[in-house]
Design a protein around this ligand. Structure first.
Ligand SMILES: Nc1ncnc2c1ncn2[C@@H]1O[C@H](COP(=O)(O)OP(=O)(O)OP(=O)(O)O)[C@@H](O)[C@H]1O
Ligand SMILES: [Mg+2]
Length: 227
């Protein structure tokens, strides 16, 4: 489903250029569950931003379902991103003034879905992630793990084919971290969504069928199968 070839990213800061991704080739099939590890500064977030159509590489090609996505215009790209990709971050990024279902419904509302329908879908997704009793709660009334569940529901409510998560358990204690990982695994299995998780936690990576590692902007291991 994802086909990345020769992906190189160079940042220019004033007169200096710095290449942070070097000629990456990667294919990820639909429905895969992948982790991406690597030291701080190895290029993980930069790579995920490219995969998530938030940034473009300096060189290389990127096809999603055979379609060249780097040639697309900005508005076509953001439509594609909205339809195809859900994002989860370490810091949750929930809207503090909105209750759980309104946070989850946001991507649908942006898409022009009527409020009643958006609420129905948001509440159903919150039920799925184990927060059926918390649909009216504001983020401040929720624990870290619950906030991340809301963020996962928001990422999945629009039925994306790809779920990208940048250190989603980075702010959570080990027990909650494991529960959130259980949820990613369950969603990957039940919704057949391709999941790519950036993590520093070997325990999280070990639970992914496919494990990728970046070392100084190069893919170091591929096709290492989980035990
Ligand atoms: N917009 C930017 N402009 C210039 N340099 C950048 C930019 N974004 C990232 N970098 C540099 O690219 C390198 C890779 O950064 P990136 O955020 O991808 O690393 P990471 O693997 O996600 O690290 P961490 O584990 O700390 O989140 C770093 O040296 C960073 O300083
Ligand atoms: Mg990062």
């Amino acid at each position: 489903m994802l086909e990345l070839r020769g992906i190189t990213k160079t940042f220019r800061i004033g007169p200096t250029e710095r290449t942070v991704l070097h000629d990456l080739d990667l294919d990820i099939a639909s429905g895969e569950l992948c982790s991406l590890m690597g030291g701080s500064g190895s290029g993980k977030t930069t790579f995920m931003n490219i995969v998530g159509l938030l940034d473009k590489p300096t060189q290389g090609s990127y096809r999603i379902n055979g379609e060249d996505v780097l040639g697309a215009k900005a508005d076509a790209l953001s439509r594609l991103r909205g339809r195809l990709i859900g994002f989860v971050f370490q810091q949750f990024f929930l809207m503090p003034r909105l209750n759980a279902w309104r946070n989850v419904a946001l991507p649908l509302m942006y898409r022009g879905v009527a409020e009643a329908e958006a609420k129905r879908k948001a509440c159903a997704m919150l039920e799925r992630v184990g927060l059926g009793a918390h649909t009216e709660h504001k983020p401040s009334m929720l624990s870290g793990g619950q906030k991340q569940r809301v963020a996962i529901a928001r990422a999945l409510v629009g039925d994306p084919a790809i779920l990208l998560a940048d250190e989603p358990t980075g702010a959570l204690d080990p027990t909650v971290s494991r529960e959130i990982m259980d949820l990613f695994i369950e969603m990957n299995r039940d919704l057949n969504v391709l999941v790519l998780i950036i993590t520093h936690d070997p325990g999280v990576a070990a639970r992914c069928r496919r494990r990728l590692e970046l070392v100084k902007g190069r893919l170091a291991t591929q096709e290492k199968l989980a035990a």
